[in-house]
Write a protein that binds this ligand. Sequence first.
Ligand code: ADP
Ligand code: ADP
Ligand code: MG
Length: 661
Amino acid sequence: MFRKILIANRGEIACRVIRTARRMEIATVAVYSEADREAAHVRLADQAIAIGPALSVESYLRIDRIVEACLASGAEAVHPGYGFLSERADFAAALAEAGIVFVGPGPEAIAAMGDKIESKKLASRAGVSTVPGYLDVVPDAEAAISIARDIGYPVMLKASAGGGGKGMRIAANDGEVRDGFHSAASEARSSFADDRIFIEKYIEEPRHIEIQVLGDAHGNIVYLGERECSIQRRHQKVIEEAPSPFLDTATRAAMGRQAVALARAVDYRSAGTVEFIVDRRRNFYFLEMNTRLQVEHPVTELVTGLDLVELMLRVAAGEKLPFGQDDLRLDGWAIEARIYAEDPTRGFLPSTGRLVRYLPPAGKGVRVDDGVYEGAEIGIYYDPMIAKLVAHGADRDAAVDRLCDALDGFYIAGLQHNVAFLAAIADNERFRRGALSTDFIAEEFPAGFLAPTGFVPADRVILIAAALAGCRIRECEAAIDGRLPGLHGAIPADWTILLGGKMHAVAVRANGAAYEVEIRGERLTVATDWQPGQVLLRIVGEGATATVQIARLSAAAFRLAHRGIVRRAQVLSPRAAELLALMPEKKPPDTSRLLLSPMPGLLSSIAVAPGQEVKAGEALATVEAMKMENVLRAERDGRIAAIRAKPGDSLAVDEVILEFE
Ligand code: ADP
Ligand code: ADP
Ligand code: MG
């Protein structure tokens, strides 16, 4: 086994690899950019080497610097994680030339699978079923239209060099093919410096199900079951699980056999993933093979009991796989949710800032893979994933329950994040039934992630939490008042809670260590150990518990969150309720005539000019942040009065870009 390895990555995956290496008593070397001087992976590794400026192309993508760092530190092998250099055949080759082991497949296998057109051809020769389509480069938009008509609508235009959901467009008619061809090609050119496009059938009601494979250098290849990753946004995975609620034993075995056949065709060693798209009749078609460790590998680890990083290291060191296909047993169910620094209430725009509070959940069946800490800065340079939350249970219901509960208890403050959105998905009735498809998010959240209006079940829990908080705060004040008599008087039992523009009456009476709560005609006995200042309020009822996130906004106003419902609530004692009724409400400034930058970023272009009429939905400007182009669109019809910023400007959040008349 290696004595020392270098991890050519950052964030949660670098930390994940370091943890396993440490357990195996292998010394670790981290590499870092100027932006990552204080990063978690740098702190965790035994040794850390600076490799350049913040921009990835000048640091994490610099093959020469990483090879130098290996030679300087004496690292014998490199684990590439995912993203960055993990699927670059030239990286694997450069390491080999320097006598360093690449923890992954051989450069030939990476190259063969790196191109979607070539890998589809190879797969179809290996007897793997592929999506019907046209297996060559499409020269222009007109050719694309005639090919699309032959295949039959709908079709998918894809960049051959694509990855990370980029360079991909669905088209249902000739016009959409023409537009899609140009936009996919230009996205592919800017993301991958390669604008080759091909076309395949768009599989309707698709489910993304992938097979984890693992091979050694002695010709042994096994598959470790499947993962379903159908909960996606813009073709990027959001929630993944193992096993898939959709597969039967026969389909699973057939997919596993084909995945192994494909891996064998390229002499695959190490961990890899063969991705399939599955239609409603369980026909499955090969999409691509990812020749690396996948983001969602923890769900496979939890159901197989294996450590994939350890196995990758053992295989890279020349060891044989310690088991065969028949030795594998799957146990229970695992689900992973990706926690991103993004604002689901504002079109999922990336968010940056300091993690002022960061309290990941813990407990039985809960695993958190992260690469951050409280006080860390989430910048604009890299992937906005903060952490992965993984829950394991005996069956799907148990795993989903655990995930929901862990999400309720995952507290992040200082920047926008998607925890509430993930909780809303996990608590969604259709998700619970396992009726998944890659259209799930678009269908279940057609207007984006908006706080539901009206009273939903989570509101009951939120009201109880708010009343308990009001009560506990007064109890603490009373304890102090005991020394300064007569300040506040008795603790009231009847509270009025302003929530969603409505008043709700909640009565709370202390009864020993518990509270008798009366709400909406219902009586219940609950307990809580919450203290003012704590960000999680646990309610223990008879037979059930609930966790509510609570942040105090002012003396009696709170922001509360439970099961994806985020509310502002004002807790009023009878006297305060009377006073509030006399106070005029303060109005926020009117910004409806301004286009504001929704995030910090670079203004890359403005699509309109003063005096121009625009229609709702029309593109106004493009802001680039976190390597994503975010098109800002008109919310309603209007005329442009003035442009207040110019392309190339770096914008702060809420900076004015233009004004409407
Ligand atoms: P997975 O199935 O493991 O989620 P993805 O294709 O989503 O695989 O890629 C995982 C991560 O790797 C992404 O979050 C992204 O940071 C990075 N990545 C992969 N391919 C690309 C690419 N072509 N361009 C930019 N980033 C990429
Ligand atoms: P990437 O390299 O970006 O991961 P993939 O080919 O793996 O690209 O596709 C990413 C996602 O796009 C899939 O998980 C699926 O949701 C969707 N997709 C890709 N091809 C098709 C198709 N032919 N029909 C339906 N959906 C597809
Ligand atoms: Mg993919």
